[in-house]
Design a protein around this ligand. Structure first.
Ligand code: PLP
Length: 375
């Protein structure tokens, strides 16, 4: 039987045992509506509030400032749509961001918001100087900079703290900083998103269940609801919370506090695979500083999706872009923004995770080299 090697941890992660156990327990005693005032409701609410504490601790925010959402996409939409709900003001962002930011920014631009798109370097980084130029361009209309902590396709770490400092100097903190930390939380230390006013996180990237996530907001930042409904999540995100999903998210978030150590240990495995593929002719996309578990490589003569399909047939699961764009004919917008369409068309992302080991990497390397050799 072919050995299966899962190297697509940036798409999603397997549920942790701790999360599964917490969810099973919540299925027993957390089935009621967490907004109900009776005992059954209080038992369900306890799961929700435990999770809020765990997520606040992981992100370094007061739990009272954690708003639960259906995931990273909703958290990004919530902050952007909320801050520009009047169709005015200016937003600084870039095409390195996840589609939940890029497409929301494009939709906001259509309503009259001024969007300044920062051009990334070829190494996939947003330079604070380029953010400053964009801010100057927007002048007093600037309201928000949206800058991710870690890129989902290249693993490049963005200078969030430097941009936070820049905003303080430039606008006295009048312009807010939103950080999509979906690919960073549980993998890199909290310093990666330090200084941000609002932070998005998704449970399924840190070994919790899918369909739950959060937006954390610094005290004093007001977020307005996009959905209309009840008073859940202080009225900012109406809709009955899922105590089972949140119990899993909470357990995964607690476990994820030691995630950065586990991820740091993957660096040598990633580097070895990367070095052997580069020696076989691959070109690396994305410079340093980089998360220790990701490599993005272009393979001349290949189309990324075809190489992924060939690898998949031999049991190696990688991707040629973010999972949410899979199936689209367009090459990765991230690699396109950095290095152009041709390079993007042949790009493949390999992302390791907590259970990746030397045997997996050796199998992956052999499979890659065998397939590349066939051309
Ligand atoms: C950087 C980043 N932001 C946001 C998201 C969206 O999160 P979710 O899948 O929870 O909607 C993803 C998912 O791939 C991501 O990588």
């Amino acid at each position: 039987m072919t050995r299966t090697v899962y190297l697509d941890w940036n798409a999603t992660t397997p549920l942790a045992d701790e999360a599964r156990e917490a969810m099973l327990a919540a299925m027993q005693d957390g089935w009621a509506n967490p907004a109900s005032v009776h005992g059954a409701g209080r038992a369900a609410r306890a799961h929700v509030e435990d999770a809020r504490r765990a997520v606040g601790d992981l992100l370094g925010f007061d739990p009272r400032d954690v708003i639960f959402t259906s995931g990273g996409t909703e958290a990004n939409n919530l902050v952007l749509q909320s801050l520009f709900r009047d169709g005015a003001g200016g937003l600084v962002t870039s095409r390195l961001e996840h589609p939940s930011v890029v497409r929301t920014a494009e939709a906001l631009a259509a309503t009259g918001v001024r969007v300044a798109w920062v051009i990334p370097t070829e190494a996939g980084r947003i330079e604070p100087g380029a953010v400053e130029l964009a801010l100057r361009d927007l002048g007093d209309s600037a309201r928000l900079v949206a800058l991710q902590a870690v890129n989902h396709e290249t693993g490049v770490i963005q200078p969030v703290l430097e941009v936070a400092d820049l905003l303080k100097r430039w606008s006295g903190a009048r312009v807010l900083l939103h950080c999509d930390a979906v690919q960073a939380a549980g993998r890199l230390p909290a310093s990666t998103w330090a200084g941000a006013d609002t932070v998005s996180v998704a449970s399924h990237k840190l070994r919790g269940p899918k369909g739950v996530g959060a937006l954390a907001t610094r005290l004093g930042v007001r977020v307005h609801p996009v959905l209309r409904g009840g008073e859940q999540e202080k009225g900012v995100r109406p809709g009955t919370q899922d105590p089972v999903g949140l119990a899993g998210f909470g357990a995964a978030a607690t476990r994820a506090r030691s995630g950065p150590e586990r991820y740091a240990a993957l660096r040598s495995l990633r580097d070895e695979l990367e070095a052997s593929l580069v020696a076989a002719g691959a070109l690396r996309n994305g410079g340093e500083p980089r998360a220790p578990h990701v490599t993005n490589l272009s393979f001349s003569g290949w189309r990324g999706p075809e190489l992924c399909a060939a690898l998949d047939l031999d049991g190696v699961h990688v991707s040629s872009g973010s999972a949410c764009s899979a199936g689209t004919a367009e090459p990765s917008p991230v690699i396109t923004a950095m290095l152009g369409k041709a390079r993007a068309a042949s790009a493949v992302r390999v992302s390791l995770g907590e259970t990746s080991n030397a045997a997996d990497m050796s199998a992956a390397r052999q499979t890659f080299l065998r397939i590349l050799d066939r051309t």
